[in-house]
Design a protein around this ligand. Structure first.
Ligand code: MTE
Length: 338
């Protein structure tokens, strides 16, 4: 696997760069030129991996989601656990998983759980568009009534080399793809987070290409592991974890698991994703977990298991190779693990 150490801002502004992205990139270059004040933000993080945090060692002095007001979908929880998805590690303490978060819309540090309570989760409309038989716009509660709901226990491995194991509730992404009825020409699904800089002040940080965007191939999206999570620990999803619906793709680094999704767009061309635009040499489209392919700035061989103080070896595809390795046959020329 060839790892290119090229900096994000060295990428050529060539043909394929849409104008909006180009402009954001120019702003970024400007931010970098402003020196040390903005440079830390622009050195792009997803890099708090060395830091120990109270939340990671027990979550002392933190509010968990328990204090959040009732969610209108609360009666759907807990959902029936699907026994097919087994774990070999203890579940992470709920308080840790709900107080040690990445959600850059509310701040570029881990303690955003209080700030994220500003997220307004109703009304919440989801749009399914692009290469589909017919564009669909649907409220999240109606969508939940149409989907086959279940709970799954999954590991989650952040690119920053920490991990957790949690019970997500929700539905297979395949059920949503079937509902959307994509055309045969659709090869990718692009997912987009809300845009509202007043509600989510992180979106005022002009050097990021808001809104947060992620993407999967259709083959990945209909793989049985790809999951749209609407709840956590048998309750509706805490806002800080990406309410009311977020992706969970446990064989990929956590940044692929986009939170608070408002739109699924079916495309023929591969979409550019948030972190790929920010720094494509460090965060790519595929981002499959592989302990043997280091991040340009740190090793991916081991991971810090939140709440245990322990580091353990990372597994290829985060241990989910039996489900997903076949998806990548014939794609060996791609940067599959970055
Ligand atoms: N989605 C949005 N919209 N914004 C983000 O900043 N961070 C990603 C991912 N999804 C992020 C996001 C990263 S880097 C990780 S590791 C996971 O969310 C963290 O999920 P958690 O807070 O539930 O652990």
């Amino acid at each position: 696997m060839l790892i290119r150490n090229k900096r994000g801002w060295e990428i050529g502004e060539s043909a394929v760069t849409p104008e909006g992205i180009f402009v954001q990139r120019r702003r970024l270059v400007k931010a970098l030129a402003m020196g040390p004040i903005l440079a830390p933000a622009a050195s792009f993080l997803l890099a708090g991996c060395g830091e120990e945090d109270a939340a990671a060692t027990g979550g002392k002095n933190r509010n968990s989601a328990e204090a959040a007001p009732a969610d209108p979908s609360a009666s759907l929880y807990p959902m029936m656990r699907n026994p097919r998805y087994q774990i070999t590690r203890p579940l992470t303490d709920e308080k840790i998983a709900t107080t040690y978060n990445n959600f850059y819309e509310f701040g570029s540090h881990k303690q955003i759980h209080r700030a994220a309570q500003a997220l307004r989760i109703r009304p919440w409309t989801v749009t399914l568009d692009g290469l589909v038989e017919k564009k669909i716009t649907i409220g999240v509660d109606e969508l939940l009534r149409k989907m086959p709901l279940e709970e799954r226990l999954y590991r989650h491995r952040c690119v920053e080399a920490w991990s957790m194991t949690v019970p997500w509730s929700g539905f297979a992404l395949k059920a949503l793809v079937d509902f959307a009825k994509p055309l045969g020409s659709a090869k990718y699904v692009r997912m987009e987070t809300f845009s509202d800089a007043e509600m989510a002040p992180g979106q005022k940080q002009f050097w990021y290409p808001w809104p947060y965007v992620e993407g999967l191939t259709i083959a990945e999206a209909v793989n049985e592991l790809a999951f749209i999570a609407t709840g956590l620990y048998g309750k509706p999803m805490p806002k800080q974890n990406g309410s009311p619906l977020r992706l969970a793709v446990p064989w990929k680094y956590g940044f692929k698991s986009i939170k608070s999704i408002v739109k699924f767009t079916f495309l023929e061309e591969r979409p550019k994703t948030f972190w790929e635009i920010v720094n494509g040499s460090e965060y790519g489209f595929w981002a499959n977990v592989n302990p043997e392919v280091p991040h340009p700035r740190w090793s991916q061989a081991r991971e810090r298991v939140l709440g245990t103080g322990k580091k353990v070896p990372t597994q290829l595809f985060n241990g989910y190779g039996a489900f997903v390795a076949g998806l990548y046959k014939g794609l060996e020329g791609e940067r599959l693990f970055m």
